[in-house]
Design a protein around this ligand. Structure first.
Ligand code: BYC
Ligand code: FE
Ligand code: FE
Length: 477
């Protein structure tokens, strides 16, 4: 059998000349398609979706738009172009040429980083698999599917590294990516947030704002890696990540705008009346912010981490924009402010910057999260609403790190169990809140129509109007 690889699996990694890689991918690909069919977007296989497919890393190649049937999407493998004479930017090997093969001494930690990154990608597809059934518009349905195929491609990106550079155990890890499942009691996904359900579109918009943004920061840290193929594949993934966060930021904005609009029309901020009018009251939106932010903040790991220090010293995973930072890029003598809990109080202590690289990445992430809230709040201000959305304290509702399983209020106080119990329903979505939000989720698929709880977007995709028929259901087969 002769397969035109450049056509079926668009790539810039020389797949058509690499028999070993072809064999590995050929045996993995049917299992991937089976997984996509069983765990990927529900009921998505028979219609044409206006999707972007990356066919090369040239500026005209990574944004190729056209109608595609979802299972026929061409998942490709792309690394950004090599940087001439690139050297390792940090750690013990700083200044040495980057590695084009896996250094034997770092094989295990490198594989672990790639597996952890790869595991999140299919996890998110699993979490979002039923959302298409309740899409608020065709525009939103198309964006959901775009994100789903790209998260699928991100899995391919990590599987490529495992197949091309890790031999037999890499192939086993690639299979295992399709065997763990989000929320599975026996074989869960690796990281906490990827086992939480994404039951409705408000959760999904929060997820793409907060959790995909963890992706941005983790990918940026891996994009500094001394293992050059990892750095280059993460750089290309980051171009796609921008769209995922755009969907989250503009999506939450549109929910906020729609609520503010109805608040004005009715002249009320009473949640009961707003719910009766079919929109999501702002306190409920705040609770969803609190939940999705806190589980995403957990994804950065412990404040002081020997794993992270080892990754850094070895040159495997850097800081955000490492190559542009000042200093010696070794961190052995530096300090970093770290949040701790001492004698019943939250404190900030100066601790080893090397141990604190997870916390530093979290700091960068938190600042970035804040920007979207400021934009949403400006929209509230413009609409004449008094309510302002806030990020809770970084220690609120944590499962990982110094504040794990402590009771900490959104305003950053260590509180007694009784105070937590009497306030938790004000801070996190309750079963009633979730049932209300779920009750709004009804499928709208007529071009130009949109669900009542969200405003239309200000513009469409690829220069098309927002009410363009982005998904064609009657395309036949
Ligand atoms: N849940 O020393 P620590 C994305 C574990 S998102 C469960 O602090 P480390 C995407 C940890 O594994 C980006 N377990 O750990 C977004 C360790 O286990 P062991 C994903 C957790 O290694 C949306 C132990 O606790 N990419 O792309 O310094 C849609 C000790 O902790 C959690 C990456 O994460 C948790 N939240 O830091 C689609 C990059 N946190 O060794 C896609 C790769 C920690 O005791 N991963 N643990 O068994 C890493 O860099 C690191 O693994 C972590 C953890 C930053 C996650
Ligand atoms: Fe991704
Ligand atoms: Fe993403």
């Amino acid at each position: 059998m002769s397969i035109n690889y450049a056509d079926r699996i668009p790539n810039n990694v020389g797949l058509s000349d690499n028999r070993r890689l072809q064999r590995a991918l050929e045996s993995w690909q049917p299992n991937y398609m089976k997984w996509w069919g069983e765990m990927g977007p529900d009921g998505s296989s028979d219609f044409d979706v206006y999707l972007r497919t990356a066919v090369s890393v040239e500026s005209d190649g990574w944004a190729n738009f056209g109608f595609v049937k979802m299972p026929e999407y061409r998942w490709g493998i792309f690394l950004t172009k090599p940087e001439a004479e690139r050297v390792i930017p940090f750690g013990d090997h700083r200044g040495e040429p980057v590695w084009q093969e896996v250094p034997g001494e770092y094989r295990a930690p490198l594989r672990r980083l790639i597996v952890t990154q790869g595991d999140t990608e299919p996890a998110s597809v699993e979490q979002q698999r039923r959302l298409g059934l309740t899409c608020p518009s065709l525009y939103d349905l198309r964006n959901l599917f775009q994100i789903n195929v790209e998260e699928g491609r991100h899995l391919w990106a990590m599987v490529y590294l495992l197949h091309a550079y890790f031999g037999r155990d890499g192939r086993e890890e690639a299979e295992a990516m399709l065997e763990r499942h989000s929320g599975d009691a026996d074989r869960p996904r690796i990281l906490g947030a990827f086992n939480e359900p994404t039951p409705n579109w408000l959760s999904y918009l929060m997820f793409t704002y907060f959790t995909d943004r963890d992706g941005k920061y983790q990918l940026a840290a891996l994009a500094e890696s001394g293992f050059d193929p990892l750095a280059r594949t993460c750089r290309f993934m980051l171009t796609e990540e921008a769209h995922h966060m755009f969907v989250g930021e503009t999506g939450v904005m549109r929910v906020v705008q729609r609520t503010a609009e109805v608040m004005r029309e009715l002249g009320t901020d009473d949640p009961e009346r707003l719910r009766a009018a079919g929109v999501i009251d702002l306190p409920t939106i705040q609770k969803y912010v609190n939940f999705h932010y806190s589980v995403s903040v957990d994804l950065f790991g412990q404040e002081i981490s020997t794993n992270a220090a080892n990754y850094f010293t070895a040159g495997l995973k850097g800081r955000y924009l490492e190559s542009r930072l000042d200093g010696d890029h070794r961190l052995t003598a530096d300090l970093w402010p770290v949040h701790t809990v001492r004698e019943g109080r939250i404190a900030v202590e100066q601790l080893s910057a090397l141990g604190a690289v997870n916390e530093r990445l979290r700091d960068d992430y938190i600042k970035d999260c804040q920007r979207g809230l400021e934009r949403w709040n400006r929209a509230l201000e413009t609409a004449g609403a008094d309510f302002r959305l806030e990020l809770p304290h970084r220690f609120f509702n944590r499962r990982i790190g110094n504040a794990a399983n402590l009771r900490i209020s959104p305003d950053g106080r260590l509180i007694a169990e009784a105070e937590w119990q009497s306030n938790a329903s004000q801070w996190l979505p309750t079963p009633e809140d979730m049932a209300y939000v779920d009750s709004l989720m009804r499928r709208v698929t007529a071009p130009g129509k949109i669900a009542n709880w969200i405003a239309p977007p200000t513009r469409g995709i690829d220069g098309k109007p927002w009410d363009f028929e982005y998904v064609r259901f009657n395309a036949g087969n």
